[in-house]
Design a protein around this ligand. Structure first.
Ligand code: NAD
Length: 330
């Protein structure tokens, strides 16, 4: 019997894990809530395969220990694998796999939801309603099909978002380093600065790399219309948060929706009720009624969670059976 240990498992993943287990009677999947750390690695003894999903970097001493325990792989059930050191994994004969695209639609739909929340002024109406002010004045909305949506990074998620916005009748413009001919029926590629200047909503979907770190900085924000909104569903460091706060405070921008923020590992997916927040940027953004914040939940849908479980377990099993998984990253 092949034994796979799945770590950092949440209760909502159990149904998908059970369904996979039922389809693979020769494999025993054991789940645990703890993360892979130097302090926990000894508890992985006796298992053949390992599936992880965690926020903290794995310490260097973990890799040789896993090798000594007989592991051949580490499978992340996320797209990102920054918590893993690919070189150390390779040096210790550990294949690393990820789940490159668990459901582009899940994140694209949140970009749409955030866009409508901003363009229909729902956050501002909620703010008024919380003070028992039920007036309309000053908050007339714009219909989505009258707007220009600017997609920065029209890859898997950005391309899917472009199709959703196009289907609703919006004009979609985009910037990407690579132009995808399959998207030309729904969007028009333009230079980066042109997208910022023309868009009513700028929706960010780039991967985090050297070229996208602080891509949306003071200069980029200054190019956007004062009536425009910024939506960030990709990675916190793509936006210079202080520059965004300044732009919002100076009314250079109408509002923002953020599913990701620099430093989010210190506050997202924690219950901090009644506590001082560990980020002044978060404090400032939360105080703004035209800012929507969600705790990195773009991925958190029925379909995406099922795919993360299935693809990570399939990848782990492929390595254990001597195959090369298509999801191998090192
Ligand atoms: P992808 O690789 O398919 O697409 C990224 C696109 O960005 C590519 O087309 C690439 O060419 C483009 N790009 C890179 N650098 C650029 C630059 N400087 N200027 C313009 N375009 C540039 O990736 P994806 O699967 O669509 O994921 C996109 C982002 O979404 C990633 O950052 C990922 O971490 C994030 N994500 C967020 C969630 C969430 O829960 N909010 C979930 C999954 C993924």
């Amino acid at each position: 019997m092949t034994k796979i240990l799945m770590l950092s498992v949440r209760p909502d993943e159990q149904a998908a894990i059970k369904a996979w287990q039922d389809r693979h009677p020769g494999v025993e999947v054991t789940t645990a809530a703890w993360e892979l750390r130097a302090s926990t690695v000894d508890q992985t003894a006796g298992f053949d395969g390992l599936v992880i999903q965690q926020r903290y970097n794995i310490e260097a001493e973990v890799y040789p220990k896993l090798k000594a325990l007989g592991f051949k792989q580490i499978s992340a059930r996320t797209a990102g694998f920054d918590v893993l050191d690919l070189n150390l994994a390779k040096q210790n004969n550990l294949v690393v796999t990820n789940v490159p695209a668990y459901s582009p639609r899940s994140v694209a739909e949140l970009a749409l939801a955030h866009t409508l929340r901003l363009t229909r002024n729902l956050e501002l109406f909620d703010d008024r309603a919380s003070r028992q002010d039920f007036r309309w004045a000053g908050l007339q909305a714009k219909e989505i099909h009258s707007l220009t949506i600017g997609i920065i990074g029209a890859g898997r998620i950005g391309g899917t978002a472009a199709r959703l916005f196009h289907a609703l009748g919006a004009k979609v413009i985009a910037n990407d380093l690579v132009e995808n001919p399959e998207l030309k029926d729904v969007l028009t590629y333009l230079p980066f600065e042109e997208v910022l200047k023309q868009a009513d909503v700028v929706s960010l979907h780039v991967d985090l790399n050297e070229s996208t770190h602080n891509l949306i900085d003071e200069h980029a924000l200054s190019l956007m219309k004062p009536t425009a909104f910024l939506v960030n569903e990709c990675r916190g460091p793509v936006v210079d948060t202080d520059a965004l706060i300044n732009a919002l405070e100076n009314k250079q921008l109408a509002g923002a929706a953020l599913d990701t923020l620099t430093g989010e590992e210190n506050f997202f997916n924690f219950n901090l009720e009644g506590q001082a927040l560990p980020s002044q940027q978060l404090v400032k953004l939360r105080a703004m009624p035209n800012v929507v914040i969600t705790p990195h939940v773009g991925f958190y849908t029925n379909i995406a969670v099922q795919n993360m479980v299935d693809i990570s377990l399939d990848s782990a099993l492929a390595v254990l059976e001597g195959q090369k998984p298509t999801t191998q990253v090192n």
